[in-house]
Design a protein around this ligand. Sequence first.
Ligand code: GLU
Length: 508
Amino acid sequence: MDNKKIRVRFAPSPTGPLHIGGVRTALYNYLFAKRNNGKFILRIEDTDQKRYVAGAEQYIMESLKWSGIEVDEGLEQGGEYGPYRQSERKEIYKKYAEQLIESGNAYYAFDTPEELETLRNKLESEKAANKSYSASSRMQMKNSLTLPEEEMKRIIDAGEPYVIRFKMPENEKISFTDIIRGEIEVNTSTLDDKVLFKSDGMPTYHLANIVDDHLMEISHVIRGEEWLPSLPLHIMLYRAFGWESPEFAHMPLTLKPDGKGKLSKRDGDRLGFPVFPLEWKNPQTNEISSGYRESGYFPEAFINILAFLGWNPGTEQEVFSMDELIEAFSLERVGKSGSRFDPEKAKWYNHQYLIKKNNEELAELYQSVLREKGINAEIQYVEKVVGLTKERANFVNDLWEQSAFFFVAPDSYDAKAVKKRWKAQSFDQMQELSRVLENIAEFNSENIERIVKDWIQKNEYSMGAVMNAFRLLIVGALSGPHLFDLISVLGKEESLQRIEKGMEILGK
Ligand code: GLU
């Protein structure tokens, strides 16, 4: 990297909850900034008042916080380049739109919606090469290029609505580079005269975005592929202003699991997994969409999943902490083609982080699940339980299914298992086993295992028959961790009670 200051921005519009593709954009910007000792800026692009959704801004900030993406400059952090909300920068943009008019790169347009509609229909029926308001059609329209000066003045003075359009040069080949996609060439005749400034006194996305990126000294624009079609216009705007343009990197789309189309906000819970970082309640409909946080994902796992949606380190390593990602990340290793979201892989990642947590930390998390179920267990006990069961869980909540029998004795026994494993001799064998267990002084897993196995062998019992019947009485089913580990944690007294109770219920 040259010695230019690295400054990148994440520039969401508060039009609803941030979707995971949006968090990925923020993440790549953040990783790139941190990798290059740069700054990560959060700018809220809220110039489209019609699409503003209450609560969305707060949601965006909370999502970044939960994900561990730290903002250097933004609404809450402040900074020397603020304000960081475009609606508070309103006054700035008009001046730049007018600057473009003065330099001959933009013009006023007064066309009514009906006139625009007529133009569209006409270009459509003529099968025109460019079917929009553009260099090839602007001279037929009502704008400051075609109207006499006095007429124009009259319209503006009368307060009639107008917009400011960019005057796209005609038939010029331009070329520019995208870090991910390489060299791109476009003929300006295929582009239209986009509106830069609207009749409501607000800039459009294009103008505000370019002006702000320039004023905020953004060095690299890293954003989703859906903005690639706007890039030629943006390049032309930089040129028209006489500003050096930042470098651009357009990231691949995030696709649905079947690869058919972009993963969208609407996919939500329809596909069986969250598409939002945090749960979102639609303020208009009160409809709730699930979030990664509420579904039990660890933020580290969530970040790891997103990092691999389009980027890879070029090695076999899959589990990366944020610091490792910062160390390994480069835009050159971001792919061009869309990356499918794989919900199973997402769970696998969470599992990796779950088993990496130490038992104390995990026990604390699990203890609150237990409390909700009305179970108050000693933390040391819970630690032992999670140690024995975490390998089988993807989420903290899954631990219950894997370990309920550590906290509640069975009061019923799986019928199929009983039929298969509770045999004529089981009752007597379990009675004998009780006595064997009773006499074990040091009730630890290894010791119990050695003594019980010796007893089985000495009596020439079937190992399988004894162990299955034993498990059935302890767990109520044939599942669960290594039985000797399990009873050593339960303790002698509890184990003996379970055996006794089970024998009573299942009988001879
Ligand atoms: N406000 C745009 C968005 O919502 C920003 C696009 C860009 O990064 O230039 O995605």
